[in-house]
Design a protein around this ligand. Structure first.
Ligand code: FAD
Ligand code: NAI
Length: 522
């Protein structure tokens, strides 16, 4: 009995303690304290973007060292790995975004957050021009500011290869609004197929969903769509469920080229079991209002009727990135994005512009993992840069003082015990030794190049299965299945930037487990 009492008390203390700690952390997050004001003596650091690279930089940056300005058309950070879950209603859109101000308000010095799109960067005059593109605008909607340092973290945009009809008829899977739109279109297809008197042919068309691109985005989205069909559509649209078809179209000979062969085979066999058809070596040539035009492996052309097409065929540089490349023709030769050196400085500039993430052309894959490591690196690098500048300033002051003391005449004093030339020599000796100490510190404050540490690749493939290629003892550990799915969930839950997002996502998962996904179309 006493053992049970002991366990009971322990449980109650744990629950109360945990709740109190949770409450304390959430309240501390909600009510940030006062911040240092902007300081005209500090350099201005402008960050373009509020995605993976920019947010990771903001997190690690010591804002006391700079006057920081963040410019982005979105005033939030979007946790892209869970975007396909929003598209099928597993997660609520708000659960995977984090307002940028939730981060900047916790920094030591005030950070200006400006919701605007950067339109032009002038690397010579060190200025950036930006415009407020939102629906409601004040008297001024475009302006130019000067920067000392600029970090370009604007990401990339959807690559359509100018294929006819993509922009007009396909859904994308890049931004939050894309996922919300796809959910609406999908539900619309189901409701239209349920309309009385719909012909069998039309029902077939409306219920054919095509995903273009066998990269991780296309695969994860197909997996999520399959779960939605199995777990919810079957229950609420029993007359339609067996008729919905999913087709994944990939131009290359296999899907997921970045994963090991074993995991590609595993994904393909899981998709086969899930009745998701994969068409490899098949290229989308055109998207029409009610069909998709495919070039088949034998080069024949086939027009396939469908209700919805999701375009997940990769990325290309944004206009602002292309313009920046064009402004530095000598040093910038890449078309994939801006070229940077090992310190992530833009090639062809004087060290005032840095670039990170998907807008760069590097040997790394355009992933969140790379962008966030680059952002964190720049945060540390800017701290080193500030320290170096501080030391250089101290060095200048000491050099000036040495000059002044050196030029001072050794005038006699009334004090018979003091030799004035000795005093001057001693003063000089002290100053020179201080100068040498600062020089040593300056030499020691080396800015080391960026080093990427690959933590592995993870992807959800539906049916509560995920795949993972993880680096292991100089080799690779490949795993796929249910256990990997639990690992995938916990990895992403812990990667979410805040307690608030973790709580919202975990609650959404629980809600879906208990009540299923919502099938209403807003
Ligand atoms: P982004 O995160 O795209 O951020 C760019 C920012 O710049 C945005 O805030 C945007 O609003 C802003 N911006 C755009 N134009 C301008 C402008 N003109 N001026 C100022 N700001 C501008 N990677 C992984 O490693 N693991 C995953 O599981 C994973 N899953 C993904 C799932 C999906 C559906 C998608 C689409 C991508 C996924 N990625 C994943 C890739 C990952 O999201 C990107 O590599 C990552 O977002 C790149 O970070 P970034 O900071 O360069 O760009
Ligand atoms: P992607 O570039 O990786 O894949 C796009 C695919 O579309 C390519 O395989 C390409 O061959 C195919 N394609 C292009 N045009 C086509 C056409 N006309 N017809 C048929 N197929 C066509 O793009 P994705 O998947 O959006 O990924 C972008 C980046 O984000 C990648 O670096 C990826 O690693 C990363 N990412 C990582 C995830 C993860 O780690 N779980 C999840 C999602 C994205």
């Amino acid at each position: 009995r006493s053992f049970l009492q002991f366990v009971g008390r322990g449980t109650i203390i744990t629950i109360f303690g945990g709740t109190a700690a949770f409450y304390y952390v959430s309240q501390k997050d909600r009510h940030p304290g006062p911040q240092l004001p902007l300081d005209p003596a500090k350099k201005t650091l402008v960050i373009l973007g509020s995605g993976w690279g920019a947010t990771s930089l903001l997190k690690s940056l010591d804002s006391a060292d700079y006057n920081v300005v963040v410019i982005s058309p979105k005033n939030f950070f979007l946790f892209t790995p869970l975007l396909p879950s929003v598209a099928v209603g597993t997660l609520s859109p708000r659960s995977i975004i984090q307002p940028t101000r939730y981060i900047t308000r916790h920094k030591k010095r005030t950070v200006s957050v400006i919701e605007a799109e950067a339109k032009e960067v002038d690397p010579i005059n060190q200025t950036v021009t930006f415009t407020d593109n939102s629906e409601i605008q004040g008297g001024i909607s475009s302006t130019t500011i000067r920067y000392d340092y600029l970090v370009c973290a604007v990401g990339a945009e959807v690559q359509t290869f100018n294929i006819p009809g993509v922009k007009e008829h396909a859904c994308f899977m890049k931004e939050l609004a894309d996922a919300e739109r796809m959910q609406r279109v999908f539900m619309d297809c189901l409701e239209s197929a349920s309309f009385p008197g719909q012909s069998a042919e039309e029902v077939d068309r409306l219920l054919h969903m095509v995903v273009v691109g066998g990269g991780p985005t296309g695969i994860e989205l197909s997996g999520e769509l399959h779960d939605f069909l199995e777990d919810d559509v079957k229950s609420w649209y029993p007359e339609l469920a067996g008729k919905v078809r999913l087709t994944l179209v990939e131009a290359l000979p296999s899907v997921l080229p970045m994963f090991s062969k074993q995991l590609i085979d595993y994904t393909e066999s899981t998709f086969k079991e899930s009745k998701i058809e994969i068409l490899t070596k098949t290229m989308v040539k055109e998207i029409k209002d009610k069909s998709v035009v495919l070039q088949m492996p034998d080069k024949s052309i086939k027009e396939v009727p469908c209700g919805m097409v999701v375009w997940a065929a990769g990325n290309k540089p944004r206009k602002i990135t292309q313009d920046l490349v064009a402004k530095l023709p000598e040093a910038q030769k890449e078309r994939r994005g801006v070229a940077v050196d090992e310190l992530l400085q833009l090639k062809g500039t004087n060290g005032s512009i840095f670039a990170i993430g998907d807008c760069t052309a590097t040997s790394y894959a355009p992933t969140a993992q790379v962008a966030s490591q680059q952002g964190a690196y720049l945060g540390r690098m800017f701290a080193q840069l500030a320290r170096k500048e501080d030391l250089r300033h101290q060095l200048n002051v000491l050099e000036e003082a040495i000059k002044i003391v050196d030029q001072r005449p050794a005038t006699p004093t009334n004090d018979t015990n003091t030799n004035t030339s000795d005093t001057k020599a001693e003063e000089l000796k002290e100053l020179v030794s201080a100068k040498e100490r600062i020089e040593r510190l300056l030499n020691k404050t080396k800015i080391t190049p960026f080093h990427y540490s690959h933590q592995g690749s993870l992807a959800y493939i539906g049916s509560e299965k995920a795949i993972a290629d993880l680096p292991f003892m100089n080799g690779n550990f490949a795993s796929g299945g249910m256990a990997t799915y639990l690992f995938w969930r916990s990895a992403y839950l812990s990667t979410l930037f805040s307690l608030r997002n973790r709580t919202l996502v975990a609650t959404d998962w629980l809600k879906v487990k208990l009540f299923g996904r919502d099938v209403s179309r807003d």
